[in-house]
Design a protein around this ligand. Structure first.
Ligand SMILES: *Cc1c(COP(=O)(O)O)cnc(C)c1O
Length: 429
């Protein structure tokens, strides 16, 4: 489900017209649907019914305070990858005792901050890091709760830049080295409490098979660690893919999401049906770390067309959002459907490149894509921009960061002000 559809010829987010938001707040503009975020959270929670579980939302996907606050009120925990994200979670009213801390490069300051806040678990990515954690915890007179991230060497069959569960990736500890590492930690690291095991094989997985493969591979290991070291949780990570692209391209309302759910290779219900029977009797608390699944389809980036430039080989629609606002297409060939805010009256499509104003050839949102016509002055929505969108935005080309709006029913709240030119130079001497 997502909260975007045409009503009387205008694209709405829940009960709010995107055109009116664009007029009031300007473009480029991120707009999120609170109802969609909540719906996805609840659906995942339901799909896992029958297992003792907790959803630790991966903050890096979208870390706006209002998004975090919304999820905290629904009972989410949080998976963080920096001290900055822990700070955000706390500011949003999240509970550090429901935070897990991932990432290969935690600094001393971050470790101390997280120990002082009393997080649930440090998800450790190397023996060196585990030893360092033991040392810092000892200095503070604390016991650090920890889980090691196992790299199960499973091919997630996703883009190479977002694949993390193969031996050649920098993430986690080799599958075969885990039992000895836990044994050494139990014997030699008095300030570590081995609390769980973690894995995360990649992002935007669109098939259930790699999840099954990884879970089945790790089950005997996690059972043995529970028996030997009394671990209490197993995090099976995030990575659940969403639909960015639909083959159906017509002027039909909602054409970008018109593929029937049943035809999709991976639904959240299927995820639950396949995984729950395999993990429910382990006697472990199962943690999930979804990011994209929760927020991806819950956000759009609204941008206005500035010029149509007819080259000899191509037609370019130049819009006011750039790769600095949404980098997914440039960074990992991410696809975003491009939908006019005013519903096209003709089903005619023309092949165009939609490009931003940044001085980089990689600054495009699509190339040679058949799209309904839109003209300079018209606004379009880049769909499914709720995850890894604003969080990756930068000031490249000295462009102020866009504003963000959270819609809930008929209410639209400005949850981040557009940056001003003064903001651009703040802190510079
Ligand atoms: C990024 C990340 C996630 C979330 O991935 P999604 O694909 O957004 O679900 C979960 N766990 C870890 C350790 C991550 O680094």
């Amino acid at each position: 489900m997502h909260g975007f559809s045409y009503r009387n010829g205008e694209l709405f987010c829940e009960d709010v017209s995107l055109k009116s938001l664009a007029e009031e707040h300007g473009t480029p503009l991120y707009v999120y649907s609170a109802g969609t975020i909540t719906d996805h959270f609840i659906r995942l929670d339901k799909a896992l019914a029958g297992v003792d579980h907790e959803i630790a939302y991966a903050v890096k996907a979208n870390s706006n305070l209002s998004v975090l606050r919304l999820l905290a009120t629904k009972g989410a925990g949080f998976d963080i990858v920096s001290g900055g994200e822990l700070f955000r979670v706390i500011k949003a009213g999240g509970d550090p005792a429901h935070c897990t801390f991932a990432g290969v490069g935690k600094t001393r300051a971050e470790i101390i901050y997280a120990l002082e806040q009393g997080i649930y678990s440090f998800n450790v990515e190397s023996e060196e890091e585990l030893r360092y954690l033991n040392e810092v915890a000892g200095e503070l007179g604390k016991i650090a709760p920890a889980a090691v991230r196992v790299n199960p060497n499973v091919d997630a069959k996703t883009h190479k830049y977002i694949s993390t569960g193969k031996s050649e990736n920098k993430f986690g500890v080799d599958f075969t080295a885990i039992p000895d590492l836990y044994a050494r930690a139990a014997a030699e690291l008095p300030n570590i409490r081995l609390r769980g095991l973690q894995m995360h094989i990649g992002s935007q997985l669109t098939s259930i098979d790699p999840f099954i493969e990884a879970v089945e591979k790790v089950i005997p290991m996690v059972s043995a660690l529970k028996a030997k070291h009394g671990i209490e949780f197993w995090s099976i990570g995030g990575g659940i893919g969403i639909v960015y692209q639909d083959s159906l391209q017509s002027g039909t309302p909602g054409w970008w999401s018109s593929k029937a759910e049943s035809e999709r290779p991976l639904t959240i219900e299927k995820y639950g049906q396949e995984l729950v029977p395999r993990i429910k009797d382990l006697g472990l608390k199962i943690l999930l770390e979804p990011g994209r699944y929760i927020v991806g389809n819950a956000g759009v980036l609204v941008t206005r067309c500035l010029y149509e430039k007819k080259g000899s080989a191509k037609t370019f629609k130049i819009v006011d959002a750039g790769m600095n606002d949404l980098i997914r297409p440039a960074l990992y060939e991410g696809h975003h459907e491009i939908v006019p805010l005013i519903e096209p009256t003709s089903s005619e499509l023309t092949k165009v490149d939609v490009v931003g104003p940044i001085c980089e050839s990689g600054d495009f949102f699509c190339q040679d894509r058949p799209l309904p016509d839109f003209q300079p002055g018209d606004a379009v929505a880049l769909m499914s921009a709720g995850a890894y969108g604003f969080v990756m935005a930068s000031n490249y080309n000295s462009r102020p960061l866009p504003a963000e709006i959270l819609v809930e029913g008929g209410d639209a709240t400005l949850v981040r002000k557009r940056q001003t030119l003064e903001d651009l130079i703040e802190g510079e001497l």
